[in-house]
Design a protein around this ligand. Structure first.
Ligand code: ADP
Ligand code: MG
Length: 319
């Protein structure tokens, strides 16, 4: 099996936390030929998508007494060369969000990977799925939510709900997520800043008190939930994101959450979104992460599983 991962600079990844490393490690363990490429190297020649592919080996990162032991060095990269991506069986697009113009252009280049090579997640699917907006189609699964750039509409929504959360549509890791409540002296200014004075739509959602107990990340492979981790906000913080200091805790997947996954599965399959991470707060779907969902290291550590191996089994079965 030959698999290329399009990722952020390897030296900046955290082998004890980043799912991309867990996936590459599992691919190496399986004996696959693993390559990495920088998104900026993507190009098209003779109508074929190419990239500067560097062979990589990830040294095993063992779990000892509940902690990932990162060897030094933890990877070895060999001399790379430009190659058509159709030389791979799989190309996995996993740079971190936000989805910038460059990111979008990368997905257009990936449209020129020959169909015999599977691109994960599908470039079309990534374009179809804004991580915040995609959830809105799953009625019954989502909390009360509006998307607007209009201050009056937001003020009315907050007045009706009492408490709300305002989110930039292209954010990640809790960045720019704001708690709003009626009577907050800053509310007008917060809305102006977030909407770029009425020009940029934002998502405003009823505040779910269950967020205090955690924001659950569920990983779905081909529409099926394969593992979950709870992210509990640190004290004095309402955002559960690990990037915002939230701590990972062991958690089960509830019946309600399985129903949400069942509701999503046909749409995810239709959009070829094979590996996604959904966020669920108090039984409500708040986000569908399709670009570079994380959580695998935490789930493996807390549940004693290896989701990376499970994903590689699934890939091998696709060939
Ligand atoms: N409706 C909500 N009610 C309460 N807290 C929320 C709500 N939506 C998001 N949060 C908090 O904000 C964090 C980030 O929200 P999310 O929508 O997942 O955006 P991001 O892309 O930044 O992860 C969540 O981990 C959660 O703690
Ligand atoms: Mg999130």
């Amino acid at each position: 099996m030959k698999i290329a991962f399009i990722i952020d600079p390897i030296a900046k990844l955290d082998p004890a936390h980043d799912t991309s490393v867990a996936l590459m490690e599992a691919a190496c363990r399986r004996g696959a030929e693993v390559f990495i490429a920088d998104m900026n190297s993507l190009s098209v020649k003779d109508s074929k998508a190419r990239a500067f592919l560097q062979p990589i080996k990830i040294h095993p990162v063992p779990l000892v007494d509940g902690k990932w032991q990162v060897p030094q060095p933890w990877y070895e990269v060999e001399q790379g060369e430009f190659q058509p991506l159709e030389n791979m069986q799989f190309v996995w697009m996993r740079p971190d969000p936000p989805v910038t113009t460059e990111y979008l252009y990368a997905t257009y280049i990936l449209d020129y990977v020959a169909p015999k090579t599977r691109v994960l997640n599908s470039p079309r699917g990534i374009r179809a799925a804004n991580e915040k907006m995609y959830a809105l189609q799953f009625q019954g699964a989502i909390p009360k939510t509006i998307v607007t750039a209009d201050k009056g509409t937001i003020i009315d929504f907050v007045a009706a709900e009492g408490k709300a959360v305002m989110k930039p549509l292209g954010g990640k890791g809790g960045e720019g997520i704001l708690f709003l409540e009626t009577g907050d002296r800053n509310i007008n200014s917060l809305i102006e800043i977030s909407t770029n004075i009425g020009k940029t739509p934002v998502m405003v959602q009823e505040y779910l008190p269950a967020a205090q107990d955690g924001d659950k990340r569920i990983i779905l492979l081909d529409g099926e939930p394969i593992g979950a981790v709870n992210r509990v906000p640190k004290s004095g913080e309402f955002r559960g994101n690990m990037a915002a200091g939230g701590s990972a805790a062991q958690v089960d997947i509830t019946d309600r959450e399985r129903e949400i996954c069942t509701q999503l599965a046909p749409t995810l399959k239709a959009d070829s979104l094979m590996f996604v991470g959904i966020d669920v707060i108090g039984g409500y779907l708040t986000e569908v992460n399709v670009t570079s969902p994380t959580g695998v290291r935490e789930i493996d550590r807390l549940d004693g599983v290896s989701l990376g191996d499970r994903v590689m089994d699934w890939l091998a079965a696709q060939i």
